[in-house]
Each structure stands twice: as C-alpha cells, then as structure tokens.
Design a protein around this ligand. Structure first.
Ligand code: AMP
Ligand code: ZN
Length: 493
C-alpha cells in the first residue's frame, strides 16, 4: 500500500484562505503546475526560493508514492516589461540590447537556469514546456474565449472582457479584489485606448513592425499575452481541472487571477483545486528583485564574489537555509543567517555520518517510531519544513547522546532512525553535504598519492612484488594507476 494512504496532508489553499485536506482529483495521481522563469536574465536567489519550495513539495508527494506530473514552464515570449500589456517583450529587449537573436537570449538563460537548479540539487520537472512551442494551443484557446463571448478583437489584438466576465463570474476571486475597487484604482495609460476598459487584458497582441517575435493568427501577425500560455500549457498536460497550481506570491494578481478567468471563460470551470503561493525572499530586509537592483545571483553567493556576504556558501548551505523557513513565510537572506545555516547543516550532516558507528543496546531510551511520525506530521501540515528540521535535530541530539552513552538505542531503532533521516534529509529536503563530498575526494587523493609514492620507492628498491601488488590491488578497488612522463596519475574506473 502506498505511503500516502496513511498520511493526511493539509494544504493552505490561497483561494479559500484556509488549510484544507488534500484529496487528489484522481486517486494516486497528483498534477502540479508551477509558473516557470522568464528567461531574459540570470535567475536570482528569489526565483530560486520559489522553485525550491515546489521542488520540496514535488519530492514529498513522490516519496509518499503518488504518481506526480509536475509541469514547470519556460516563458520565452509574451512577457512584457511592465508585467501587463505595455512595453517591450522582456526577451526581445534583451536581444536588442545585446544585439543577438531572441532565441539566443532564451537559450543562454535557460541553460543558466538549469545549471543553477542542478547545482542546488533540484529534481527536473516531468514536463518543461515553452510558450513559443504552444502558440497553436494558445490561438485555439483565444478562439474559444471569443466564441463564448468573453473576448473582443480590436485592430488585430484580442482582449479579455473583464467587465463582461464579471457579470457571471467573480473576477478577483483569488486575490480578493473587487472589480469596483480596481476600476477606481486603475489609471488610464496611453496606449491602452484599444481596450474597452483598462482592466481588460491582452490575449493576443498585434506586433508592431519592430517586434521580431511574431506568429500568424486569425487576427494579425502578433504574439500571445503572458497569462495565456500557462492556461494553454496546464490544460494540455494536466487537464481542464488539476490538483495544484503554484508560483510566487507576486503572481497572484494579475497573472493567476487572469488564468482563472481564462479557464472559466473557455471551459466554464475553475482550473485548479489547490492554489499555492510561495512567499518572497528578501535581501537585507527588502524584496529581492531584478528591477530594483536588490538581488544576488547564485553564482555570486557560491563564490563569495559579492559585496554583501563575508564569504562564499555551498549549495547545500543555501538549500538548508531556505528549508529552515516555511514556504509561506517571508525569508530574509543575510550573512548571519547563512553562517548559522552552515553551522546547522554541518551538525546535521556530522550526526547523519555517525549513525553507522552507533553502538546498539537492548532497549531504546527514545521512541523512534513516534519521532518518525512527527516528521511526517510536520510535512503533512502544509509542508512545514522548519518544524521537520526541529525534529531532525532531536535525532541529532539522540545520536550524540548515544555516542557519549547518555542515551540508548536498539539495533532495530537504529535502522528506523537511519532510514527516516536519510529519507527526510536527502530525498525530501534534497540537502547535499558539499563539505563531506569535497573533503572525501581530498582524503582519497591524499591516500592514493601516498600509495603512488610508496610504489615508486618499492620500484627504486627493486621490490617489484610490492609495487605490482599496490597497482593490482588498487585496480581491484576500482582505482587505476597510469604511468606517464610526468609521473603517475590515477583515475576511478
Ligand atoms: P519571473 O522570471 O520574473 O517570471 O519569476 C519567476 C518566479 O520567481 C516567479 O514565480 C516569481 O514569483 C518568483 N520570484 C520573483 N522574485 C522573488 C522573490 N524575491 N522571492 C521569491 N520568489 C520570487
Ligand atoms: Zn504562469
């Protein structure tokens, strides 16, 4: 029986504003869509935090035995500078400034995104669709919305009619806004004159002559609106009603609000059962964002080459730092916070590394089964990773106490403790111990160098039996020595 049958997950649903029991639409399956990056610049650590929250959630569902289809898109067209319907396409602008093709921009920053995520030990999503790869689906969706009477065509562009929609639906249902308030608070900007109302949003925009990224459509050569791609791709891969839609808090309005409206207008139903929003990463007290200049890129944090932190931090420390906060809390990235996370991670990893040396007793002075369920309970409570980590540190304390003989543990409990710690530390939190792996390689290097030296001395002393023995036994252990002009080197088979 799959593990999930015994665990009762509660998810804070941003739509209802309360924690709800998680019951997947199709038993045993979870469909999750998360808005991916707009690939016009290097990802910063704020972006990373949002994606890491959903990576952890993906990992937990998988661990529980669900078949998860996790779709995280790449926005490679349609996202305009001001996040609404004005300004230049973010990717086109970068291409113009750098004098390269838009698709070169897309390629460069998609590769950066993947490299960063891999370094931080992310699992790849099940599908990573691009907006430009789904233009046909987006055009079809617009046609349906027009047919259903919720969109209108003006001068080759198509706009979603928010006022019409609101007559029979609730625009603002997710972000808890009222259309009347929006009407009072919207300034009419130049260039929006095509719209019936300033609250309407573009589904298709006719491209100006200078706009390079363009596709033919029934209305004009143009490009899709930013909100549309997520509706088209989530529907295509997860269906018209799926389990979880996630993204950063800043996407709730207008982006996710518009996704709901588009789906209602096209299919007559809400798209998503549970809406999840990850909270923002701050840098020294202010929201991290590219546009404000208040950001730090992962590479700068790894290398320590930045003006903000006193040293570099490993990917493992950054991951641990982020997992120490609930995905729903604001998290402030500071030098002190990272230093503390580094210490914490080292303590945790030392204890994990010590489990195999524990001496068992006949009985345990600690209830390991109860502790194990507490770890699950923390995750079941809306993925509460800080509480989970507090429980992991109870295990650290236990391991240290058993080592100095102030606590006892049975051999059976050692096995449960080890399996549970490995599950939560590596599989679910996705932590990595960069220190150990680095120093492990260093230690191996030192040991093999010593053997190479001893072999050389043996040969000088004409003790070929010993020199061959060193070479052969190392080879049996998977370490191959190669004699070259510059001396002897080794490689791992
Ligand atoms: P973008 O590439 O701007 O579309 O953003 C990609 C993702 O990063 C979105 O889900 C944003 O909500 C998220 N994001 C942007 N800034 C931050 C931040 N400071 N903290 C957390 N998430 C962020
Ligand atoms: Zn989206």
């Amino acid at each position: 029986m799959a593990l999930y049958t015994n665990q009762n997950i509660k998810i804070y649903n941003s739509l209802s504003g309360v924690k709800e029991n998680f019951i997947s639409i199709n038993e045993g399956y979870v469909g999750m869509y998360v808005c991916g990056p707009t690939v016009y610049s290097n990802v910063h650590l704020g972006n990373v935090r949002t994606f890491m929250s959903f990576d952890m959630i993906f990992r937990y569902f998988k661990h529980l035995g669900y078949k998860v289809r996790y779709v995280r898109n790449i926005t490679d067209a349609g996202h305009l500078e001001n996040d609404a319907d004005l300004g230049e396409d973010k990717i086109t602008k970068k291409a113009r400034v750098e004098q390269i093709e838009p698709m070169e921009v897309v390629q460069r920053y998609t590769v950066d995104f993947h490299n960063v995520l891999q370094t931080l030990n992310f699992l790849p999503p099940s599908i990573e669709p691009t907006a430009t790869g789904h233009i046909i689906e987006q055009i079809e969706l617009i046609e349906t919305i027009i047919e259903n009477g919720f969109a209108y065509v003006v001068n080759g562009s198509v706009y979603f009619d928010v006022h019409k929609y609101n007559e029979s639906n609730e625009y603002g249902i997710l972000s808890k806004r009222k259309l009347e308030d929006l009407i009072h608070n919207t300034r009419t900007l130049d260039g929006q004159s095509d719209k019936k109302n300033p609250q309407d949003f573009a589904l298709w925009k006719k491209a100006e002559n200078s706009h390079i990224m363009r596709w033919p459509s029934p209305w004009s050569d143009g490009f899709p609106g930013w909100h549309l791609e997520c509706t088209a791709m989530s529907t295509k891969y997860l269906g018209e009603f799926f389990d979880i839609h996630g993204g950063g808090m800043d996407l709730k309005f207008p982006h996710h609000e518009c996704e709901i409206a588009q789906n209602q207008a096209a299919k007559g139903q809400a798209p998503v059962k549970y809406w999840m929003h990850a909270n923002m990463l701050e840098l020294n007290g202010a929201r991290m964002s590219k546009s404000s200049g208040n950001y730090i890129n992962p590479a700068e944090l790894f290398s320590g080459k930045n003006d903000i932190m006193t040293k570099g931090f490993t990917p493992g420390v950054i991951r641990f730092f982020m997992m120490q906060a609930s995905y729903r809390s604001i998290l402030d990235l500071t030098n002190d916070g990272l230093l503390a996370a580094e210490k914490g991670l080292n303590r945790l990893m030392d204890a994990v590394g010590n489990i195999d040396n524990l001496k068992s007793s006949r009985t345990s002075s600690f209830d390991v089964s109860e502790w194990k369920q507490k770890c699950y309970d923390a995750m079941n409570d809306d993925f509460n990773t800080p509480i989970l980590i507090a429980h992991l540190f109870e295990a650290v304390k236990l391991i240290n106490q058993v080592n100095d003989k102030s606590a006892t543990i049975s051999s059976e409990d050692i096995m449960t403790l080890k399996a549970t710690l490995y599950t939560f530390v590596f599989d679910i939190l996705g932590l990595i111990d960069n220190n150990t792996s680095d120093s492990g390689i260093e230690k191996l290097n030192a040991a093999v160098e010593l053997l190479i030296k001893l072999r050389k001395e043996a040969r000088i002393n004409k003790d070929f039996k010993l020199s061959d023995q060193i070479r052969d036994e190392l080879a049996d252990a998977g370490i191959e020595l190669k004699d070259g002009r510059e001396g002897t080197t080794y490689s791992l088979k």
